[in-house]
Each structure stands twice: as C-alpha cells, then as structure tokens.
Design a protein around this ligand. Structure first.
Ligand SMILES: *Cc1c(COP(=O)(O)O)cnc(C)c1O
Length: 227
C-alpha cells in the first residue's frame, strides 16, 4: 500500500517538475494510471492513495474490474483497440474511450450509450509515425473523421491520442509529439472545440508534456511490470 502511494507520488512529482520546466499551466497535465494486467486489488490500493482515473486495454478485463470496484467513484478510460462486438458494454461502463480510429466504432458507442449518462468522452487514435502495423487513423484522414465523430449525439470529441514508434532520443520523441499537436491545432482552427492530447507513457512522458500532452498514460512506472 505504502509502496504504491509512494510510486504515485513520484510519478506525480515528475509530471509537476516537467510541467514547470516546460511552463505548462498548473494542473494542465492529468495522470491516467494504466492498470492493465494488474489485479483489481492494486486499483483499490491506488484509489485509496487518491488516484481516481484508471486506464484499461482489454474490454473484458475492464468490465470485470469495474464490476469488482463498483463501490468506488473511478473514472474509467478504455485505451485499447475496441472491436464492434464490445462497444455496448464499454459504452455503458467507460467515461472515456481513447483509441477510436473508425467512424463505425464511434457511431456504435454513441448509439449504445445508455440514456441518463453524460456523453462519452472520445479521442481519435492517430497513427502519427505512419507505421504499417499500427492502428490509428492516418494524419491526412484525421480531419474528415473528426468532423463526422463530432456530430454524434452521445459522444463528446475531446481530442487526439497516439502511441508513437518507440524512440529513445528526447528530441526525436518530441518531434513526433509535435506532429500530433500540430494536427490538433489544425482541427481547432477549423472550429472544433478540443481540449485533450492523450500522449506519453512511462518511457516518453517528458517529451509528451513538453509538446502539450494533457493526459499522460502511465502503467509500469506506477504498478511495475505486468503479469
Ligand atoms: C500499456 C499502455 C500504456 C502504459 O504503458 P507503460 O509503458 O506501462 O507506461 C499507455 N498507453 C497505452 C495505449 C497502453 O497500451
């Protein structure tokens, strides 16, 4: 318990220190704790330390954990690839979905969002490094998709998300994140109201914050290596 609180504190302090160095506005970078492949009991511990937002990659795993932890006011972010046969339960449980790259999935989430819940917050995943094997919409396709998704009634389009090609060099990492930021700025110029850049993981968090990340998704640095 103490251990997990200490890790959360260290990561939180890192975020704060990089944010200050980069002259980011206070509290403009949010920590999403990525708990995939860690037990629900670890999430409960982290929640007790004050962490309230958690990210999961696998639909079934998130649904099971959400049920086990339904007594806690957790904000659930689904950050993995979403198949159309899992949109219904995810639309009911998630507060955010980060990795949407097809209109079909966004449309199903909107149609299946239960009445009485606020619109589902959504980010479009961009294949920013244009890798053949990666999911995500290509940069030149983002604007058209964003315009259609923004019209869906039960979706609130928040911004863009990416998982870039692994780079160890800080400046190279920055360059890639700068591209995502540029795309978001173009969308804003076209009149869209976006407030989120979901980018940065344990290995590239400082570069992401330097380029304007508003949500960093951190797993290993908090929970350790995955099962
Ligand atoms: C696993 C995962 C993370 C967290 O990665 P770490 O390297 O453990 O910090 C962030 N985002 C996505 C989409 C992931 O799948």
């Amino acid at each position: 318990m103490k251990d997990l609180c200490a890790k959360l504190q260290i990561v939180g302090a890192d975020i704060l220190s990089v944010s200050n160095d980069e002259q980011r506005k206070q509290k403009s970078v949010q920590l999403l704790a990525v708990s995939k492949r860690h037990p629900a009991s670890s999430i409960r511990e982290a929640f007790a330390c004050g962490q309230t937002t958690f990210g999961e990659n696998y639909a079934q795993e998130m649904l099971e954990k959400a049920e086990q932890l339904s007594d806690l006011a957790i904000e659930w972010h689904f950050i993995g690839p979403l198949q159309s046969n899992k949109t219904r339960p995810i639309a009911a449980v998630a507060d955010w979905v980060h990795a949407v790259d097809r209109l079909k999935i966004a449309r199903r989430l909107s149609d299946q969002r239960p009445e009485g819940l606020p619109p589902l917050s959504l980010c479009l995943q961009v294949n920013i490094s244009e890798e053949e094997s990666k999911s995500g919409v290509l940069p030149h396709e983002v604007s058209a998709l964003a315009k259609e998704v923004a019209l869906l009634p039960n979706i609130k389009l928040r911004g863009l998300m990416t998982i870039p090609k692994a780079e160890t060099d800080f400046n190279k990492q920055r360059e890639i994140f700068a591209k995502l930021r540029g795309l978001q700025e173009e969308l804003i110029k076209e009149g869209m109201q976006l407030d989120t850049l979901s980018m940065g993981m344990s290995a590239d968090m400082p570069a992401a914050i330097a380029e304007g990340a508003t949500i960093v998704r951190i797993g290993t640095a908090i929970f350790g290596t995955r099962m």
